[in-house]
Write a protein that binds this ligand. Structure first.
Ligand SMILES: C[S@@+](CC[C@H](N)C(=O)[O-])C[C@H]1O[C@@H](n2cnc3c(N)ncnc32)[C@H](O)[C@@H]1O
Length: 215
């Protein structure tokens, strides 16, 4: 798939009834993150989708800046943020566009110890998108804060996928991703992988959670 096709897939998904199947409540990863991070810390969510986690953070007193490349996702999230008068900004950012990612990183580095958060994002990205994301994290977190990622691992490749297998997915080796973080000067502060972390109905994927600092 080209990056334009991936964009059109996700943009269509967030404008379709299929996205109504995504649970409305926050993910278990968002709840875990909330326990971990400092009260009031700004959260930068990348690939927010239906924004269920973004709204959870906003409603938990974390100012949130959230990005997705699907305009439909941004439109829906902005409508909801306006109706609920929350401290939440939603913008379009394409992680395949290195120049845009660089300028977003420069803006984000002005935040005080932000949390850069991506759930089920990096397994949805081709390699250069993941590279751009990690470069953004390294730059935005140089002055403090933490990167939090949850993603499907290689052990999930043969598993049941209730949202179907037409999503682009790359099943990642957590040690490989950890190595990419360390190569950018990062320190891994949490590393776990297993089942039971992201259960959805009858689906219990094998996922990894990585946390890292760059300061
Ligand atoms: C599997 S969904 C996860 C959504 C949400 N984080 C969740 O856990 O429900 C992957 C998300 O990544 C976004 N995404 C994929 N490629 C992207 C890119 N190149 N730039 C920005 N967002 C992207 C998609 O639009 C989608 O919202």
């Amino acid at each position: 798939m080209t990056s334009a096709q991936l964009h059109d897939y996700w943009d269509g998904f967030y404008d379709s009834v299929a996205s109504g199947g995504v649970p409305g409540e926050p993910s278990a990863f968002a709840r875990w993150a909330h326990e971990r991070i400092a009260p009031g810390a700004p959260v930068v969510e990348l690939g927010f989708g239906t924004a269920r986690d973004a709204f959870f953070f906003a409603n938990s007193a974390h100012p949130i800046r959230a990005y997705d490349f699907a305009e439909a996702a941004v439109r829906h999230a902005r409508e909801r943020a306006a109706s609920e008068a929350l401290d939440a900004e939603f913008d379009v950012l394409d992680l395949y566009d290195a120049d845009s990612v660089l300028s977003a990183a420069a803006q984000l580095s002005a935040l005080t110890e932000p949390v850069v958060y991506g759930r089920f994002l990096i397994h949805s990205l081709e390699d250069h998108g993941r590279t751009n994301l990690l470069d953004l994290a390294a730059k935005a977190l140089a002055g403090g804060g933490e990167l939090l990622l949850e993603f499907r691992t290689g052990l999930d490749a043969g598993g049941t996928h209730l949202f179907g297998d037409d999503h682009f997915r790359i099943y990642l080796d957590p040690d490989h991703v950890a190595g990419e973080i360390v190569a950018r000067g990062g320190t891994i502060t949490h590393h776990e992988a297993g089942h039971g972390l992201a259960v959805y109905k009858t689906e219990d994927p094998h996922v990894a959670r990585l946390a890292a600092t760059f300061s």
